[in-house]
Design a protein around this ligand. Sequence first.
Ligand SMILES: [Zn+2]
Ligand SMILES: [Zn+2]
Length: 179
Amino acid sequence: MGDIPPFFHSLEHDEPFQSCLTCDQSFQEIDAPYTVTKVFKGPECVFEYAMCLPCRQNMAESFSEESRKNISEFFEGSANLINRSEQIGDSRNHTDWTRHCATCRTPLSEVIDYSVACMGFGENMVYDPFPMMVCSNCEQKVQERLSKSTRDQWDKFIFDNFEGPPADALKPDGVPILV
Ligand SMILES: [Zn+2]
Ligand SMILES: [Zn+2]
């Protein structure tokens, strides 16, 4: 474990994320891990949020069973998660974990649009399998396997939690698989 690196801080507030987007509970007070997700379009972070694990599970459960199966099959179908754990498992430098797409292994330097996610517990970063980077190509592949009800559910989540531009910016790509 170690501090949450600035890369995963809130761009909006210029400090580590303090509370869950959905339930508002402080990460210092709840006894559960949380994830920070950021979506990049080129060099620009267009979307970011942090969510506690219970809320994340609730959201995943709102997705259709078929979609959940497709997402987990996509991850399980790539042995890379195990390989990267063997290769970089001891590293506490987040850039080692995000240098390649977690599923197709394309280097970040060759990727334009991508998403990253990390896991935190209180003020600390939790490693393996997070932090993770997934390129937009891989996200697109999962996207095609998601049901309409899951995409609708995601749109509702965006509508309920964000106002204005972020929702529009996300529209073309839809549900990030690192939710
Ligand atoms: Zn929550
Ligand atoms: Zn990829």
